[in-house]
Design a protein around this ligand. Structure first.
Ligand code: PLP
Length: 434
């Protein structure tokens, strides 16, 4: 059997080498994606190996990934999920658990967040009957500040959930301190910032919980996937329950009596001895990942440091190449941080002699992919109009982002040639139009 497996995996390696041949970069012809997965022979083999052994649900790779990733991100527990959005849903929903007693979030409670970001950072607030309180961000860090968060705290405020913008961290130590001072839960959406540090400490370790996405655009990928991380074992247990249908039992897949009391529980109005595997203490979901995803996650994890370094190098090359160009606001890292960049964000000065639409069209025509800073000001999106919310201060910069901002890629699949072409193309445009 093992021999046959080796034969198949050798064939996969050969297939990879045949198909992964580099066709060379042709300026204006080759697509320069803003983001994408960087997958090598080991990744391909890992996926096939997991499939060959029919590890179709969560299993040993999922368990290993959770433990390796938790160690790497310096948290006691990591729970694999089927997406970063699911991770956010689980983290926020966990704060409503009856097991938290008086500290749990109740419908109508407020959660502070940022107006300009990704929708599924905010959606779990609404999905749990809670009220988002939106604050604005600074330019050119694209992050909010601890001052803004402090001003937003009101009598019904119970939690904070904020994402580090495109890899650049917000003032996460100060926000964590605020959360502590005001007895608020704090969730860091770290989906775009794995590897970022603030005050020399990695993001995702400041909040009660943090979340990660493994979609191909992110620092490492499983195709689809995500993770909730925490040091708080009580919250970890709730996250697991909510992820796994709401069940009270914490047996790993394939295990039946980890607690040695499987038939000894009496909970709710159930008869004594009801099988613990089928006792549901939360109104849960099924948001689990699979072993095929985790097998890919493990081979990607081995390359995370080089991915992060490439993102930083690519960002610096763009930053140096575009420095001083008129009409464009270039990004700046948050003070005291070393970002693990997700993208290179540009804002066209509203007074410039060209518009975002014109510059984006110029780039897209030359096969340089662009993206928006996600939703822009979320309160202007159709899905959110008329939804309960509170705004503190104004959302001037969120509106500027909506109207004048876009980003281009820094992901490790980009070559120096591509980055230099991106710089030259922008410079040429500004020289003619600026
Ligand atoms: C900040 C942020 N949070 C959450 C998500 C959602 O992740 P996923 O696409 O894995 O659901 C994203 C997606 O890019 C994101 O950028």
């Amino acid at each position: 059997m093992t021999d046959n497996k080796d034969i198949v995996l050798d064939a996969v390696r050969r297939y990879h080498r045949q198909t992964a041949a580099d066709e060379g970069f042709k300026p204006g012809v080759t697509e320069i994606w803003p983001s994408g997965a960087v997958l090598d022979e080991e990744d391909r083999v890992a996926i096939v190996e997991a499939a060959l052994t029919l590890r179709i649900a969560a299993g040993p790779s999922a368990k290993k990934f959770e433990s390796d990733f938790a160690k790497l991100l310096k948290r006691r527990k990591a729970h694999l999920t089927n997406s970063g959005s699911s991770a956010n849903l689980l983290a926020l929903s966990a704060l409503t658990s009856p097991t938290l007693g008086d500290r749990r979030l109740q419908p109508g409670d407020e959660v502070i967040t940022v107006a300009a970001g990704f929708p599924t950072t905010v959606n779990p607030i609404l999905q749990n009957g809670l009220i988002p309180v939106f604050v604005d961000v600074d330019l050119p860090t694209y992050n909010t500040t601890a001052d803004r968060v402090a001003q937003a705290i009101g009598p019904r405020t119970r939690a904070i959930i904020i994402a580090h913008a495109l890899g650049n961290p917000f003032e996460v130590a100060e926000v964590a301190q605020l959360a502590k001072d005001h007895d608020l839960f704090f969730v860091e959406d770290n989906c775009d910032a794995v590897g970022t540090t603030y005050d020399g400490r990695i993001t995702g370790t400041f909040g009660d919980m943090s979340t990660v996405s493994f979609y191909p655009a992110h620092h490492l990928t499983m195709g689809e996937g995500g993770c909730v991380l925490t040091d708080n074992l009580r919250l970890a247990r709730v996250v697991e329950s909510l992820r796994d249908w709401g069940r009270d039992c914490w047996c790993e897949p394939g295990k039946s009596n980890t607690c040695f009391k499987r038939f000894d529980y009496q909970m709710g109005n159930l008869p004594a001895g009801y099988d613990h595997k089928y006792i549901f203490s939360h109104v849960g979901y099924n948001l689990k990942g699979t072993d095929i995803q985790a097998a890919l996650g493990l081979t990607q994890l081995a390359k995370l440091d080089t991915f992060i370094e490439a993102r930083r190098r690519n960002w610096r090359r763009l930053r140096e190449g575009l420095d001083g160009l008129p009409g464009l606001l270039l990004p700046e890292p948050t003070p005291r941080s070393e970002p693990s960049w997700f993208g290179f964000v540009l804002t066209v000065d509203p007074q410039a002699r060209f518009t975002r639409a014109e510059l984006v069209a110029h780039l897209e025509e030359r096969k340089i992919g662009t993206r928006r800073l996600f939703s822009g000001n979320l309160t202007r999106q159709p899905a959110y109009i008329g939804r309960p919310h509170r705004i503190v201060g104004d959302l001037t910069n969120s509106d500027i982002i909506t109207e004048h901002t876009f980003w281009i890629g820094v992901y490790p699949g980009l070559t120096d040639e591509m980055l230099d072409y991106m710089v030259t193309t922008i410079k040429e445009f500004v020289a003619v139009r600026g």
